[in-house]
Ligand binder design. Structure first.
Ligand SMILES: *[C@@H]1O[C@H](CO)[C@@H](O)[C@H](O)[C@H]1NC(C)=O
Ligand SMILES: *[C@@H]1O[C@H](CO)[C@@H](O)[C@H](O)[C@H]1NC(C)=O
Ligand SMILES: *[C@@H]1O[C@H](CO)[C@@H](O)[C@H](O)[C@H]1NC(C)=O
Ligand SMILES: *[C@@H]1O[C@H](CO)[C@@H](O)[C@H](O)[C@H]1NC(C)=O
Ligand SMILES: *[C@@H]1O[C@H](CO)[C@@H](O)[C@H](O)[C@H]1NC(C)=O
Ligand SMILES: [Cu+2]
Length: 226
């Protein structure tokens, strides 16, 4: 299991793009371009709970405005989740390109003990190269609810675009001075690659390692300076 915001380095990058992504279905709790890097896209209060199927695969739709982005889905069963730690992942990270994408969630099958009438908040995390962005939607899960026919997801992006799992993370930095310096250099290279807005398939997933590499690189530079 991974956690929301596990990819911290990207949030250090400037976020200035317009409409990075929107959560179109179920309807978002709220959208503000400038606040999208914040928890729940900057909308901290639980909104109107939308009916959503409990016991059948049902779709989440987004509109992606980056050429390539990494997406993951999280759920909280808290009445008013207020922290990323209140959420667990219900999909792996997967990649999307520019345009409308959907993927299915079957809440009953998640093993979270959800039943008819359970209230949950779904948070979508999206990173198109300019930092982590978030959108939330508040749901009530109903065993007899069917989504509108036109929202049905024909091509599940979380299944068809799983390139991230094949990614090989960069090697952990070694302890010797020269290896550590090299790691520092590769960490910077990795950081500037992400800033380009067109991350490679491995970029987002390998970032936790890059953060570690960057930290070690900084430490190494400090050590060398001594
Ligand atoms: C979540 O909790 C962590 C650790 O307590 C804290 O550092 C962070 O600021 C919290 N985030 C929010 C959005 O409240
Ligand atoms: C949550 O993430 C882990 C990988 O960290 C993955 O093995 C697991 O399948 C994910 N959970 C779901 C429901 O996709
Ligand atoms: C599920 O809950 C809703 C709302 O409380 C209720 O109207 C419906 O009858 C319930 N369905 C079943 C199958 O229990
Ligand atoms: C389904 O129809 C609604 C209402 O007309 C519309 O807002 C929504 O964008 C449509 N969904 C899709 C996936 O086309
Ligand atoms: C996944 O990787 C394959 C092979 O590199 C590539 O052809 C395909 O376009 C990638 N899919 C996505 C969604 O990036
Ligand atoms: Cu953006």
């Amino acid at each position: 299991m991974f956690t929301l915001q596990s990819v911290l380095a990207a949030s250090l990058l400037a976020s200035s793009a317009v409409a990075h992504f929107t959560l179109d279905y179920p309807p978002t709790r709220g959208f503000d371009d400038d606040k999208e890097p914040q928890f729940c896209g900057g909308f901290n209060s639980v909104g109107t709970r939308q009916p959503f199927p409990l016991s059948a695969a049902a779709p989440v739709w987004i509109d992606s405005h980056h050429t390539l982005a990494s997406v993951a889905t999280f759920v909280s069963t808290k009445a008013a989740p207020s922290n990323f730690s209140d959420f667990v992942n219900i999909t792996n990270f997967f990649q999307v390109k520019d345009g409308k994408y959907c993927w299915d969630v079957d809440f009953e099958s998640l093993g979270l003990g959800l039943t008819n009438g359970s209230e949950v908040t779904v948070q979508v995390q999206y990173n198109g190269g300019d930092g982590n962005l978030y959108q939330c939607t508040d749901l009530v899960l109903l065993s007899d609810y069917t989504v509108p026919a036109n929202q049905t997801c024909a091509t599940d992006a979380s299944v068809t675009a799983v390139n991230v799992s094949a990614t090989v993370a960069p090697p952990a930095p070694a302890a010797s001075t020269s290896a550590a310096s090299a790691s520092g250099a590769s960490a910077s290279a990795s950081a500037s690659a992400s800033a380009s807005g067109k991350p490679t398939s491995g970029d987002l997933v390998s970032k936790p390692v890059s953060v570690a590499a960057a930290a070690v690189g900084v430490l190494a530079l400090g050590w060398v300076a001594l």
